[in-house]
Write a protein that binds this ligand. Structure first.
Ligand SMILES: [Fe+2]
Ligand SMILES: [Fe+2]
Length: 185
């Protein structure tokens, strides 16, 4: 699949705002690829596709987890966590994309995990810092990336903030997020 095809598929499937976000993540990921010497094409494609399943039906996603023996723990979560692993699964199957770096970047873009590959780290961070994000403290993360050039510290800071936020909400936290936090600590 080339980039134009991917862009069209994402545009057809996602609402306009989420499509615009996907384009910004792809562009941010390319900037970061130049900074951290990653494959620009892979980063762009993973950025475009990362939210492909963001609005898929939750029951359907749980069904896919069950039928294909994906991580059982995923049954405990909503789309917020599921849309990454489901997108990686469907994109490999339906679009014939088998690049492991791209698939892992899509799969883990929300939760993170221990020992991520370079494209994976870039998408994880690009999703958080794309220019339209206004999360309090996002400037600190942009600073760590664009001034300090410290990708792993950005991954850690985002994970730390996500865990604090989720714990404050009193919701379940996917175990891969804790593994990510400990690995990059
Ligand atoms: Fe997402
Ligand atoms: Fe996203």
């Amino acid at each position: 699949m080339n980039e134009l095809e991917a862009k069209q598929l994402v545009q057809e499937k996602l609402p306009e705002k989420r499509f615009a976000h996907s384009l910004r993540v792809a562009e941010t990921a390319v900037l970061m690829a130049r900074l951290f010497k990653a494959d620009e094409k892979k980063c762009h494609l993973a950025g475009l596709l990362h939210d492909y399943c963001k609005y898929d039906d939750l029951n359907d996603m749980h069904e896919i987890v069950k039928e294909n023996s994906l991580d059982d723990e995923l049954q405990l979560y909503t789309s917020a966590i599921l849309h990454g692993p489901i997108a990686a699964f469907l994109i490999e199957k339906e679009f014939n994309i088998h690049d492991e770096e791209i698939l892992l970047a899509i799969k883990n873009h929300t939760s993170g995990r221990a020992d991520m590959n370079l494209v994976e780290k870039i998408i994880f961070v690009a999703d958080y810092i794309e220019p339209a994000r206004t999360t309090p403290g996002v400037e600190d993360i942009r600073d760590i990336v664009y001034n300090d050039h410290d990708l792993e510290r950005a991954v850690f800071e985002i994970t730390r903030r996500n865990i604090c936020y989720l714990a404050e909400q009193g919701v379940k936290i996917y175990s891969e997020t804790f593994k990510c936090y400990n690995y990059y600590n």
